[in-house]
Design a protein around this ligand. Sequence first.
Ligand code: SAH
Length: 385
Amino acid sequence: MDCKLRAKNCGGCPLLGLDYAEQLKQKEAAVKKLLGKYGPVNAIRGMENPYHYRNKVISTFTTGWGGKLTSGIYAANSHKVLPVERCLLQDEVLDKTMEAVRAAAIACRYQPYDEDKGTGLVRHCLLRRGVATGQVMVVLVTAQPVLPGAKNFVRALLAEAEKRGVTVTTVVQNVNPRKTSVVLGDAEKVLYGKGYIEDILCGCRFRISPKSFYQINPVQTEVLYGKAIEFANLKGNETVLDTYCGIGTIGIIAAKNGAGNVIGAELNGDAVRDAIVNARANNLKNIRFYKADAGEFMREAADEDEKPDVVFMDPPRAGSDRKFLNSLIKMSPKKVVYVSCNPETLARDLAYLTQNSPYKAQKIQPVDMFPHTAHIETVVLMSRK
Ligand code: SAH
């Protein structure tokens, strides 16, 4: 399979030229090289159909031929926007949704934002689809709070989407006036619908707000979470911490699978609000979520002599930190399940833990969450020697 955008320096699929089986072989070898010294590495879990897996799209507006508004992604190592209509990674429903967004923006005469001049109105569009529920969210990122003719835009967008067989369930305006490459700003206004979408993973229902983190490959997320829960091997009364918990997915699935008591911690306030609602929506009472830096949260828990049985940790690409890891060692849970989207920082944190505590990696499971890209997801079970 090839894509015409590759010749135009797209950079979204650096591995597309490689056979998928070969990609998996290379990723597994990379994990063995980085992590093999800490414990046994299982065969990587790949996808049966490794295309169109992304449930989230970010498209940046720009001026195309003849001054017409278009949108796409930044070309590799550049700030030039490459127009994208179809993408082998994206959910095809979202390609059609983006087409509808462009048509509606053109009908409303919205001007693309120019980051050099600081002129124009519409910057980016974030789309998300709950693949299990069919719900679709459109987040229009604007450079200023005023969106002229917002009602007309919503009407045009819903109609253009319906023409393409897509039902948009919510539309949100996000305001980002800053000179930055970060996509979303702070302020948000719901223009249509509930302001969030829902999805179902591992039998649990989750609400997802625009600014909350949510795994982008739902098929492989079930594989990943399934492994994390299997590694935890819950028997029924354990106290479980879900750190870097996002909207509470892992903790909620753990609670449904036997955890006696779950406490989650997450820095993003919107995600914490989603997590609290999600616990209730799944009829769980034995679960609490806190808005906190995970390292701070762990230090307080350790100071209060908390004795969790299992700690799930799922930090961002930068990995965890000393404050977190030292508190983890102090609390000494029976099991630590480390979910990582960056094997380099995972290796660094495993090195620290194995040098400074009796923890040892018992199982290391790579999961291919990002086919055709170089990214590797891994879940590790650690316990004391
Ligand atoms: N476990 C969740 C989220 C994983 S992504 C899931 O599977 O969906 C990592 C999460 O860590 C994000 O939600 C991010 O907002 C959060 N985060 C980043 N830095 C953090 C910190 N210092 N303390 C707590 N959470 C943090």
